[in-house]
Design a protein around this ligand. Structure first.
Ligand code: 6LW
Length: 522
């Protein structure tokens, strides 16, 4: 029998939301400052996934300029109702809360195009959507409590949405403040029509070690909601630091065509119980219903390493499933894994067959703007990345390199700079916003340079050819050390460091390869 291996979506895929239409499941996750935003993944078996499109995939749909790292697109929800696909999400600017906000988009085809965002008159984050039996649309989300009893107490609100008026209408109802007294961040709410009532599922405890899932029920969508006495009904926090998977929470439920239930939720693989360079990933969890309540991972109480999927067929019907995210080898420009910062990849580079031609930009990786950067998520703890950069087009003073990125404040790079004396190799380590640049030496003049990254657990080495130029410790770069919500990205960048940019770099090859387990190549 085919087993789904957890995480089902490795690498930074937090806040998963899922719905099923016919035989297809559709799933979206948060993407923060990376674009295209909100990948829409499709699967028939919850095992094999294909990126069919992105919700935010056109220039100008939202303004990301200046939004610092770990701001941007948070916690989307995907649903199908009234003949349309709906995604609700929030654009967050952590420095300027007056920017962005909650919005809705719709599409007839989940691959797109998605409508322009309809901004909602609602503060807070984590909007979700439910449809009642009459086809009315109910939006719900979370925000800091108006009259908090403790720091970071939040409240879940629900309000009707009028598709005709494209606005929230009627009274607002505050329905939930968390199950446990003192619990921070009751968030990621989702409402489901079950039996003849409503189920509320919400995360709480914060999206770190204390993350948890709670549930409540009501007869009416607007409440009052009564929590399950067993709340929180799912968490990994009681397992302590010896658990290799921590922070489980932010779940969404879905029913299979055979009537069985599953949840997707985020959790982190932390080899030391604390640090998770790959970020928050998407896991699958079996669910059964007992006495009207969902039971997560019944009989086990923790996310299983594998989930049997009796409904999956092997081999997959030809052409119907393409594996996503686990492919070793060349990441060509047409690959949906490519992302840029705050603009689309096509706005910073031009795909010419198998090659990205990337004009140099004045911005650097320290700027919360749109540097010449293209990257992919790190999805495997043990990974080898190799890129070949054609540096003939670099003008004097300009550099191009390979970077391991958490944020503007935290990244490590190996770079090649064109100087009056030829090409020079350097390293950059930016930690907490403090940069340490080191000139490593001259490189023989060449059209192309090969840069590589080798990651083995927390140990990273960035290389030029066979020479290790700089190492990095994943425990210093992960979100538990740096703050924020992201896993690490690996990419290429080019900059004139503030000067008028004149040149370009060509990324003639970019290979991403999970290191083979058991190959001895550790
Ligand atoms: C998201 C919140 C959370 O909006 O982290 O898991 C925030 N929880 O629900 C960003 O991913």
């Amino acid at each position: 029998m085919i087993q789904a291996a957890n995480p089902i979506l490795p690498g930074c895929h937090p806040d998963p939301s899922i719905c099923r239409v016919g035989e297809w499941y559709y799933l979206v996750t948060s993407t923060f400052e990376y674009l295209p935003g909100l990948p829409v993944l499709r699967s028939r078996d919850l095992v094999r996934w294909e990126t069919v499109g992105h919700v935010i995939d056109r220039p100008g749909m939202l303004d990301f300029d200046g939004i610092g790292s770990s701001g941007g697109l948070y916690a989307p929800t995907i649903r199908h109702g009234r003949g349309l696909f709906w995604v609700a999400c929030t654009l967050v600017d952590r420095e300027d809360p007056s920017r962005g906000g909650n919005f809705l988009v719709t599409a007839t085809d989940p691959a797109g195009p998605w409508s322009d965002p309809v901004m909602l008159d609602a503060v807070g984050i984590d909007p979700s959507i439910a449809f009642d039996d009459e086809g009315r649309v109910w939006v719900h989300g979370t925000r800091l409590a108006a009259e908090p009893e403790w720091h970071d107490q939040t409240e879940v609100w629900v309000r009707e949405y009028s598709p005709e008026q494209r606005a929230l209408i009627g009274d607002e109802h505050v329905i939930w403040r968390g199950a446990v007294r003192g619990a921070v961040w009751a968030e990621g709410p989702h409402l489901y029509r079950v039996d003849d009532g409503w189920l509320l599922l919400a995360a709480e405890g914060g999206t770190e070690f204390h993350h948890a899932v709670s549930v409540a029920r009501a007869d009416e969508i607007t409440g009052p909601y009564v929590g399950n006495r067993a709340n929180p009904v799912f968490t990994h926090r009681h397992l302590g630091r010896r658990s290799p998977v921590i922070g489980a929470g932010h779940a969404d439920l879905v029913q299979a065509p055979d009537g069985s239930w599953s949840a997707v939720m985020l959790a982190m693989r932390a080899a030391d119980g604390r640090h998770y360079p790959l970020g928050r990933e998407t896991f699958l969890c079996p669910v059964v219903w007992e006495d009207g309540w969902p039971v997560f991972a019944p009989g086990e109480g923790r996310l299983p390493a594998t989930v049997p999927t009796p409904w999956a067929t092997d081999p997959a019907p030809p052409g119907s499933w393409q594996p996503d995210d686990r492919v070793a080898g060349v990441v060509s420009p047409s690959d949906p894994r490519w992302t840029a910062l705050r603009v689309l990849p096509g706005e910073v580079a031009v795909a010419e067959g198998d090659v990205w031609r990337m004009p140099v930009r004045a911005e650097t990786l320290h700027d919360a703007s749109s540097p010449a950067f293209l990257g992919v998520r790190q999805q495997h703890a043990d990974v080898d990345v190799r890129c070949v950069l054609d540096v003939r087009g670099l003008a004097e003073g300009e550099s191009a390199g390979l970077v391991l990125r958490q944020s503007e404040q935290d990244h490590v790079a190996v770079a090649v700079t064109r100087t009056p004396d030829g090409l020079r190799l350097s390293s950059d380590r930016c930690h907490g916003g403090e940069t340490e640049r080191r000139d490593v030496g001259a490189l023989p003049e060449a059209d192309e340079v090969e840069l590589a990254l080798r990651g083995r657990g927390f140990d990273y080495a960035l290389r030029s050819g066979d020479v290790e130029v700089i190492g990095a410790d994943g425990r210093e770069l992960d979100a538990s050390s740096t703050g924020g919500f992201l896993g690490l990205w690996i990419g290429v960048c080019a900059t004139s460091a503030g000067a008028e940019p004149r040149g370009e770099v060509r990324v003639t090859r970019f290979e991403y390869a999970p290191a083979r387990a058991g190959s001895g190549d550790r």
